[in-house]
Design a protein around this ligand. Structure first.
Ligand code: HEC
Length: 96
């Protein structure tokens, strides 16, 4: 192998290593900035804010499901905590 060929090959190897190296050492390109940043204050009037409608909104069509749900454990689980709704006796109970 001639000297010129060896130098040429070495040059090609260095060039390839340099090109590959840019993938790891150059900073990542900045991600594109979205045209409109999402913020609740500047929300589109066409998309209303999500709100809890409550079960009454469902009962008109799902009357049977509403009837079955009333008084169920799922219904009672979300009651306000009062002496009447808390059935367990936690007086003086310590967590160890
Ligand atoms: C205007 C009538 C109407 C209202 C109001 C309504 N639904 Fe429905 N809902 C339907 C119909 C019709 C179906 C389809 C029933 C079927 O395919 O058998 C359905 C299906 C469902 C299903 C799927 C049931 C299944 O077995 O796959 C769920 C869950 C459901 N509704 C929940 C709700 C909830 C929660 C609300 C209130 C936020 C609500 N629905 C309000 C009419 C309504």
């Amino acid at each position: 192998m001639g000297v010129a060929l060896r130098l040429g090959l070495a040059g090609l190897i260095l060039l390839a290593a340099g090109l590959l190296g840019t993938r790891y050492f150059l900073p990542e390109p900045e991600p594109p900035v979205p045209a409109k940043t999402a913020s609740p204050a500047a929300s589109d009037s066409a998309t209303p804010e999500a709100t809890v409608v409550g079960r009454v909104a469902c009962a008109s069509c799902h009357a049977e499901q509403d009837r079955l749900w009333q008084g169920s454990h799922h219904d009672l689980a979300m009651q306000e905590v009062t002496p009447e709704t808390v059935l367990g006796d936690f007086n003086g109970t310590e967590f160890k």
